[in-house]
Write a protein that binds this ligand. Structure first.
Ligand SMILES: O=P(O)(O)OC[C@H]1O[C@H](OP(=O)(O)OP(=O)(O)O)[C@H](O)[C@@H]1O
Ligand SMILES: Nc1nc2[nH]cnc2c(=O)[nH]1
Length: 186
């Protein structure tokens, strides 16, 4: 197993869970699946900031059906490893999605609280269709009953960083997805 050593501070190494090649291959496959599912139609990719930004950027370039982007932001986690359980909308959609094919793009589906909240909210906008693409899924952590239509990888209960995902806002720019050791200093 390969590791990444954070440079700024003396800290434990991060072990690589998925390499950039593995991620790219899976994102390409999801893009092909979306192309097949929405052939001849257009989609709105709605990214959930900030974690999904990099996945959305790669996924969008892996699909060839007509697509537009929008972004929402919610707050739920703060800076630690555990959810507060409360979701608040910080940034709403810029444009109406009524009658559109919406794909909500998330980096990770964990307790399901964030996507449960967003799914309910988007359903009220009466889209033509509403689906979820989550790069990572941690089914063992689920509190809210929700599943993604497109899943990159199903993973066990480990806190991960990289490819958009952070620990206290750090490591979002790692091209790999790495496991954060529980004793990592804040
Ligand atoms: O299924 P859940 O338990 O709700 O967890 C998933 C959410 O947690 C992360 O967001 P975070 O609040 O860390 O914000 P970020 O996207 O800005 O990193 C992730 O991006 C999801 O939005
Ligand atoms: N960065 C990060 N955010 C999360 N939010 C819910 N689970 C995770 C995780 O494993 N990593």
């Amino acid at each position: 197993m390969s590791t990444i050593q954070p440079k700024a501070v003396p800290a434990p190494a991060l072990s690589v869970l998925f390499s950039r090649e593995e991620i790219q291959e899976r994102v390409t496959q999801i893009g092909q699946q979306i192309d097949a599912d929405y052939k001849g139609q257009s989609v709105v990719l709605v990214g959930v900031l900030k974690g999904a930004a990099i996945f959305l950027a790669d996924l969008a370039r892996s699909i060839s059906v007509e697509c537009t982007f929008d972004f929402v932001a919610v707050s739920s986690y703060g800076k630690g490893l555990n959810s507060s359980g409360a979701v608040k909308l910080i940034k709403d959609l810029d444009q109406s999605v009524e009658g559109r094919n919406v794909i909500v793009v998330e980096d990770i589906l964990d307790t399901g609280i964030t996507l449960g909240f967003l799914h309910q909210m988007f359903a009220r906008h009466r889209p033509k269709s509403l689906r979820i693409a989550a790069l990572l899924d941690k089914p063992s952590r689920r509190i809210q009953k929700i599943s993604a239509d497109y899943v990159g990888f199903s993973i066990p209960n480990q806190f991960v960083v990289g490819y958009g995902m952070d620990y206290a806002e750090r490591f979002r720019n790692l091209p790999e997805i790495c496991i954060m050791p529980p004793d990592f200093p804040e």
